[in-house]
Design a protein around this ligand. Structure first.
Ligand code: 26V
Length: 807
């Protein structure tokens, strides 16, 4: 029996005094918020409801923790610099099965449930796919009863807020903690000192790190409850505090500003999320943030392990640590440092122990996004880790005499975090079948040859609770009415829709559900964007970070061509379309920002053209985030997944659209390949070059010019943009952008243009055949079971973490 400080607990049955949800809400309104119902605002009601719902999570949360201790169960630790959670209240309410009850309770108080839900700010502690995946994984691990902790940073400011001025992106700081955050518990007792900089000293033959800066990492815990409240895990976010709050000497000498310096210095560490997910920058603060998260997490993990165990060699039997990309890859050397320097384990023993605990997920092949730190910066911030990294590299070279000379962790005065993570992990995974293949073939071919069993594939998934049950009530109600409940925790059951899809009645209902969502979105667009769209038009949606490889430019150029075709022949039988864009550009990413401006400029012209009128609208609501995705995806008819083949590691938005019954127009990239495989090519609008074809195409230096000269449409479109048709006040605004397509078209917009345009024509004719379209849309839902993150997590549990469910 493992020793644990807290096995006996007088509060073993908290449910002894059940109270109704309504009574609980009122109790919190009065005694937690100090508000009289008569004077309570939407905010007050939201807080009261949140606390009442949170109360219901505490019990499964305690029970889960207790069971894990009592059984000595292995735990998973998910280390991620980003958790893109979005709103919590509705998700928690849905998982506890309390949504109807909560809605009814709020109505009885004269409150609109939707308004209360929407009063909650998004927790936007992430940039995009990688952070949202971490949030889906947390929910699935809780649903599956996989004992797990997420470790991250409690950024005071999440991803910036985006607005448009004259069509241009303007960033403003995000402030999600301005109001009280009801979902976290402050844990001042869980705090660790994090050292930085300084120098090394030899003492009695041992290396001793004498740091010159320290901060304290202090824990804030948010419970994450799974489907039906059967299990709850902890998301532990670290906030930075100064080791010395205040320099009283300086204050007394009258140097008031300097007296507060240590505090200011510490707080910058958890102040703001880095908003650039495209180019690696090598900034010292970023490295410090990464070490801050990693060291705090590892100290916490070892403390927990040592509370019930003594032999650190057994660490891998109890602990699985997943590195979400290379951002926490300092975990390898840091775990070795803690084992060697703090616990006296020899290096040769510590290395295999650390490696047996660690897994590494790669999320990008783009060379500009791969982290490489200058040895100068790395050695300056983390002098002890510099030594350990060199030791690891030397050990690896010695173990693998055949290692080519150009392979290694430290090369050309840089520490390569990808290589470090690879060598220090027992499993390395890609996030889709294609991506995992490309990791083997292109990213780490030499390391793969040395370690042929290390790279495995774990195709991404998304949680069907948030991304179907919660965000799409009309469709989820129809599904439950048709195949019964249970699909929420076993998405493969959606296969049961295949038969009903053959009936007219079901297709009619499916279509009606989609239409409800489209009407709702139209109303929202009218009130928020001041634009009227026809809910019977085809809603064509591209939502994701703005990046050249994702090719929003391809989409908007084709839109221009389509508009021109409508104008040539306005009375033809056009399928009305609404083109919807959403997404943010990294603040320093100039080309992405030009693309944003072009989309907005094109929207301005097209939306005011009486000839095209309702046949074509372009909408780009500002500040795309998780909550906006929850509105757009259920209302989409068409999912745009048009990245240059070989560049999108997986995509997860693509899966959300599929689940919600939107067929994909897409390339053979990332998980699109698997979506195509599941849904069948007759239900997917495939176009464009394959990865191999794209690579070959780039070998021809004239590829863009040749493609443009071969396409009259593309020529005309580029001409219009270059001439200033969409920027009449500044005719040369898009000269550079058009020049890039002609001469530096690395992402092959020109070469894929005609194929994309043709695929869009196929979409139009398919949409015109209503019955067949609805069937196609419904089959996307029916065949989407594979893309549940429950499937993904089960697979990690088996292939990477070697951990079982504790349920
Ligand atoms: C990269 C960087 C680079 C340097 C510093 C800051 C920073 C912050 C974030 C990132 C993330 C880039 C990787 C990423 O988000 N990849 C996406 O991961 C998704 C989940 O696996 C996947 O679906 C997307 O295809 C992939 O682009």
């Amino acid at each position: 029996m493992p020793r644990h400080p807290n096995l006996w607990n007088p509060m073993n049955d908290l449910s002894a005094a059940p109270t109704s949800l309504k009574a609980n809400i009122l109790r919190h309104l009065a005694y937690t918020l100090g508000k009289d119902a008569e004077h309570a605002s939407t905010y007050d009601w939201r807080m009261a409801l949140s606390f009442a719902i949170r109360d219901q999570i505490v019990e499964p949360w305690f029970a889960s923790t207790r069971k894990t201790w009592a059984t000595g169960h292995k735990r998973v630790y998910y280390l991620s610099m980003e958790f893109l959670i979005g709103r919590i209240l509705e998700d928690a309410t849905v998982n506890l099965g309390l949504r109807d009850q909560a809605e009814e309770a709020m109505a009885s108080f004269g409150q609109d449930f939707r308004a209360i839900i929407e009063d909650e700010p998004d927790a936007a502690l992430g940039n995009g796919g990688l952070g949202r995946l971490a949030a889906c994984f947390m929910e699935s691990m809780a649903t599956l009863g996989c004992p797990a902790y997420g470790y991250g940073i409690r950024y005071e400011h999440g991803l910036f807020r985006q607005r448009f001025e004259g069509g241009r992106q303007v960033e403003a700081p995000e402030d999600w903690l301005k109001q009280d955050h009801p979902w976290e518990f402050t844990r001042p007792e869980a705090a660790y000192v994090i050292p930085f900089k300084g120098h090394m000293e030899q003492q009695a033959g041992r290396e001793v790190w004498v740091p010159s800066e320290t901060v304290v990492a202090s824990a804030y815990d948010t419970p994450v409850v799974g489907w039906q409240g059967k299990w709850a895990n902890t998301l532990r976010l670290w906030g930075a505090l100064p080791t010395t709050m205040f320099d009283l000497d300086r204050f007394n000498r009258g140097d008031y500003a300097a007296a507060a310096e240590p505090e200011a210095l510490a707080r910058t560490l958890s102040r703001v999320l880095y908003p650039d997910d495209t180019t690696y920058q090598g900034k010292e603060l970023r490295l410090k943030q990464e070490f801050f998260l990693t060291s705090a997490a590892l100290q916490d993990i070892l403390r927990r392990f040592l509370a019930s165990e003594t032999d650190l060699r057994k660490l891998p039997d109890h602990v699985a640590i997943q590195m979400n990309d290379t951002h926490p890859a300092i975990a390898g050397p840091e775990l070795i440092r803690l084992l060697v320097d703090e616990h006296g384990m020899p290096f040769d023993q510590a290395l295999p122990v650390a490696r047996a605990c660690l897994g590494y997920t790669n999320h990008t092949l783009l060379p500009e996004a791969l982290e490489r730190w200058a040895t100068f910066t790395f050695g300056n911030v983390l002098p002890r880790h510099m030594q350990i990294v060199e030791q690891i590299d030397h050990w690896h070279k010695t173990e693998h005499r055949g290692r080519p000379h150009y392979i290694g962790i430290v090369k050309h005065h840089e520490v390569r975090m990808g290589e470090l993570a690879f060598i220090m992990a027992h499993k390395v995974n890609g996030v889709s079948a294609l991506h995992s293949d490309l990791i083997k073939k292109n990213l780490f071919p030499e390391l793969h040859a040395l370690h042929p069993d290390r790279i495995v594939n774990q195709t991404n998934g998304v949680t069907p609770r948030r991304w179907l049950k919660m965000c799409n009530k009309p469709l989820s109600t129809l599904i439950t009415d048709t195949i019964g409940a249970g699909w929420e925790a076993d998405l493969d059951l959606l296969k049961g829709l295949e038969k009903p899809i053959k009936t007219k009645a079901f297709c009619k209902d499916f279509d009606a559900a989609k239409r409800v969502n489209k009407v709702e979105l139209s109303n929202w667009l009218a009130s928020h964007e001041g634009i009227t769209v026809n809910p019977d038009a085809l809603f064509d949606v591209q939502i994701k970070r703005i990046h050249e490889y994702k090719r929003q430019l391809l989409n908007i150029l084709q839109t221009i061509g389509h508009w021109e075709a409508i104008k040539q022949n306005p009375n033809a039988n056009w399928v009305p379309r609404v083109k919807i864009f959403g997404g943010k550009a990294a603040p320093g990413y100039a080309v992405a920002k030009e693309i944003i401006r072009l989309i907005n400029d094109v929207a301005e012209v097209i939306n005011n053209d009486p000839v095209s009128g309702d046949l074509l609208k372009v909408v780009y609501p500002a500040n795309y985030n998780v909550s906006m995705a929850e509105r757009l995806i259920p209302a989409a008819d068409l999912s745009e997944q048009i990245s240059t083949a070989g560049k999108e590691a997986s995509g997860t938005g693509n899966m959300k659209f599929m689940i919600n019954g939107a067929p994909t127009i897409g390339t053979l990239d990332g998980a699109n390949v698997e979506i195509l495989h599941e849904v069948g090519e007759e239900n997917f609008f495939l176009f464009g070059m394959t990865t191999e074809q794209a690579m070959a195409r780039r070998q021809d230096p004239e590829h863009a010019r040749k493609a443009i000269e071969a396409s009259q449409t593309l020529q005309d479109v580029l001409q219009m943009v270059a001439e200033g048709r969409f920027s009449p006040d500044q005719k040369d605004r898009y000269h550079d952008l058009v020049h890039r397509v002609w001469h530096h078209d690395y992402f092959l917009v020109a070469s894929d243009f005609d194929a994309y345009d043709a695929a869009q024509v196929r979409v139009d004719s398919a949409y015109a055949d209503r019955d067949n379209w609805v069937k196609m849309a419904a089959l996307n839902t029916a065949r989407s079971g594979f893309f549940s993150s429950d499937r993904t997590i089960r697979s990690y549990m088996k292939d990477v973490w070697n951990v079982s469910s504790a349920l």
